[in-house]
Design a protein around this ligand. Structure first.
Ligand code: PXL
Length: 268
């Protein structure tokens, strides 16, 4: 039976982020995907105009019906919208021990809209404690989750270590918004790894969704965490360079423009 990847995420009608992008990334990297919706958003390429959460009972029911008769190869969690959805999804992940689970702890959109209600922010690490293989906060999310300033590589290491200490889950802090040459920092509970990448001149919507979906694909292939993160960082860079302008200085992924590109760097 084909092992499906599942994204549990929100709906961005532009397809630049959320479940629609996740499913395209899965397919682009050779995997079959299915989706559980947590919220509907209304948005343009530049701003989120509204968020309508899906009730937690509907999130759970989607997942339960979907997983009947399905071989699940891994799960990615994105936007959750509500504290009730956070609880429900954490419970579902708790039943998926042994399968790769990647949680992108999305708190806000880049335009500042809350994509998880604020009262749930302090509960996120507890909810996913021991129930995922990786958390992928950006600098702002890492600062909120770890409760410390995250302004440079040392701050990223500190935040990743605190997040691991509180959740028992490995943490990749994304440094895309750092000054200078950006790097992402991984802490797996024992060792740190840094993945530096060129500064991309383009501000592409959904970069975090792309990255976490790609990491899940590589984990589902059986690659170790560090290798999966490195390959995904590389792959996001490729996709950014094939993105389309979306107006007002923003760009949007267009995976159709990538056809024929090498999906992976040569194996070392
Ligand atoms: O990029 C974060 C994100 C994730 N998921 C959905 C979104 C956004 C940002 O707007 O709308 C559904």
């Amino acid at each position: 039976m084909v092992r499906m990847l599942i994204t549990i995420a929100g709906w961005d009608p532009t397809g630049g982020a959320g479940a629609l992008l996740d499913l395209r990334v899965f397919e682009r990297l050779g995997r079959t995907g299915r989706g559980v919706l947590t919220a509907v958003t209304a948005q343009s390429a530049t701003a989120v105009a509204g968020v309508w959460p899906v009730p937690a009972a509907a999130v759970t029911a989607q997942f339960e019906r979907l997983s009947e008769g399905l071989e699940i190869g891994g799960i990615k969690v994105g936007m959750l919208a509500t504290a009730a959805n956070l609880r429900a999804v954490a419970r579902l992940l708790g039943r998926m021990e042994g399968r790769p689970r990647v949680v992108d702890p999305i708190l806000r959109s880049s335009s500042g809209a809350a994509l998880l209600e604020k009262k749930a922010w302090p509960r996120l690490l507890d909810a996913f404690a021991g129930r995922a293989e990786l958390l992928t906060p950006n600098l702002g999310e890492a600062a909120v989750l770890a409760g410390c300033r995250v302004r440079d590589a040392a701050g990223m290491k500190e935040a990743a270590a605190r997040i691991f200490a509180r959740s028992g889950v490995a943490c990749l802090v994304k440094g895309g918004h750092l000054e200078g040459r950006p790097a992402d920092v991984l802490f797996d509970g024992r060792d740190y790894a840094e993945f530096s990448h060129p500064r991309e001149a383009r501000s592409v919507h959904g970069t975090g969704c792309f990255l976490s979906s790609a990491i899940l694909c590589y984990l589902a292939e059986g690659r170790p965490l560090k290798e999966a993160c490195g390959l995904a960082v590389f792959r996001v860079g490729q996709a950014i360079r094939a993105a389309l302008p979306a107006g007002q200085g923003r760009w949007i992924f267009d995976l159709s423009r990538e056809r024929g590109r090498t999906p992976l760097p040569p194996r070392a």
